[in-house]
Design a protein. Structure first.
Length: 405
């Protein structure tokens, strides 16, 4: 195993959160975007009067700057309330094929605490291009959610946790144009400012997978859902089958925001393309992005999925604005069920991951039998219900072990 201390800023199995870094980064972005755009904003009335409508695009910069400054103020208040936070690892470091575990002491009194939600992400960051065309994107390739095991301390609350890490995932790597890394997140809703911390953590391969000595529950088993969140999926059961109905409004806000984003981009492209002689490039680029976002948003709010599962097999009906597409597969033709991350959204340092469950058949077909399941806990719940409906009760546990990802 490589010397894990040489890859990141980790010492003696203790990891500091990124809270202070977030404060300075948000301040830097806020000042930079606001300062860069200020001269153009001040000259905007004169430029518009002279027919230079292209300058209106500059308004996007102060909008980003003000948002970053607002987040800076919020982060400062959060730091004053919770201070520095340190994660103590057990084992050191986290182990591919073994456990990632440890604890965090937080200055929240035992009587005022809520649930501490924990998430571990394996991520891939890739940078392409150079100079002005440089672009960096981060993608979650594996995620597990849970609830921390809590106990009182003299100064607040101890949050212990333990994750089981699949053996086929990548270990932590040094930052480069393409590298894998791990992010641990913990949050708790509180009156006023919520507690929220992120940690870049070490997870490595070793000759023998290491297990945690923590008495905490494994994250997957710490908080199984007893029912699906309202609006995500409607489940109805008969003696013969189990039906999952994914309504059109399950991600209404997401679809609406994507359409608004697309409308803004499309409007900018059209306005500049028709008003400015050299604006054809803006018309094509901004207009193309706008139309694509509009189509995606319309699809999100205009489709439903109905999946009927029985001991005979699975029937799937996709309805897109009244146009129905139906597919089915017999139980004996199903080779495996596989969970896949199909989409994700990032807001600041928070990652919303959406899963699909796909049935693979012996005749090389793939059927999406569940989609837009937000988070691993909901995916676990739906997967378990599907497996139980497919097989007799005494066979379900065997199939969960075989098919669950």
């Amino acid at each position: 195993m490589r010397d894990w201390r040489s890859v990141g800023d980790w010492k003696d199995g203790r990891v500091r959160s990124a809270a202070k870094t977030t404060i300075w980064v948000s301040l830097l972005f806020g000042v930079a975007f606001t300062g860069i755009s200020l001269p153009a904003v001040l000259d905007m009335p004169k430029e518009v009067a002279a027919g230079n409508h292209l300058i209106l695009v500059v308004l996007l910069f102060p909008l980003v700057g003000v948002s970053a400054l607002a987040y800076f103020v919020y982060s400062v208040f959060a730091w004053r309330k919770f201070g520095s936070t340190e994660l103590v690892l057990d084992p050191v470091p986290g182990s591919i094929g073994g456990d990632f575990g440890g604890y965090i002491d937080v200055p929240i009194s035992w009587g005022k605490r809520g649930e501490f939600n924990i998430t571990l992400n394996s991520q891939h960051t890739r940078t392409t291009g150079s100079g002005k065309n440089r672009s960096t994107s981060t993608k979650v390739v594996w995620q597990r959610e849970g609830i921390a095991t809590v106990s009182p301390t003299s100064k607040g609350t101890r949050c212990a946790f333990r994750f089981s890490i699949p053996e086929d995932l990548h270990e932590s790597e040094e930052a480069s144009s393409s590298y894998y890394h791990w992010l641990f997140q913990i949050e708790c809703e509180l009156p006023g400012i919520d507690f929220r911390r992120n940690f870049s953590v070490p997870v490595f391969k070793s000759e023998t997978p290491q297990l945690s000595s923590s008495k905490a529950d494994y994250a997957k088993a710490s908080s199984p859902l007893e029912k699906a969140p309202e609006g995500a999926v409607i489940i109805s059961e008969t003696t013969e089958a189990l039906q999952f109905y994914y309504p059109w409004y399950r991600h209404l806000w997401m679809g609406f925001m994507i359409m608004v984003f697309g409308s803004i981009f499309g409007g900018i492209g059209y306005f500049i393309g028709t008003e400015d002689a050299g604006g054809m490039v803006f018309f094509i680029v901004f207009g193309g992005v706008g139309i694509l976002c509009l189509l995606i948003g319309l699809y999100i709010v205009g489709n439903t999925l109905t999946t009927t599962v029985s001991k005979k097999g699975i029937n799937v009906v996709r309805n897109v604005y009244g146009v129905c597409f139906q597919r089915n597969v017999s139980k004996d033709n199903i080779v495996k069920l596989e969970r896949q991350i199909k989409s994700q959204m990032q807001g600041g340092s928070r990652y919303r991951v959406f899963y699909s469950i796909i049935a693979f058949t012996a005749d090389d077909r793939q059927l999406v039998i569940a989609d837009t399941l937000e988070g691993s806990r909901l995916a676990d719940y739906i997967e378990k219900r599907i497996l139980a409906a497919l097989r007799p009760r005494h066979d379900s546990s065997l199939l969960v072990d075989q098919w669950a990802s």
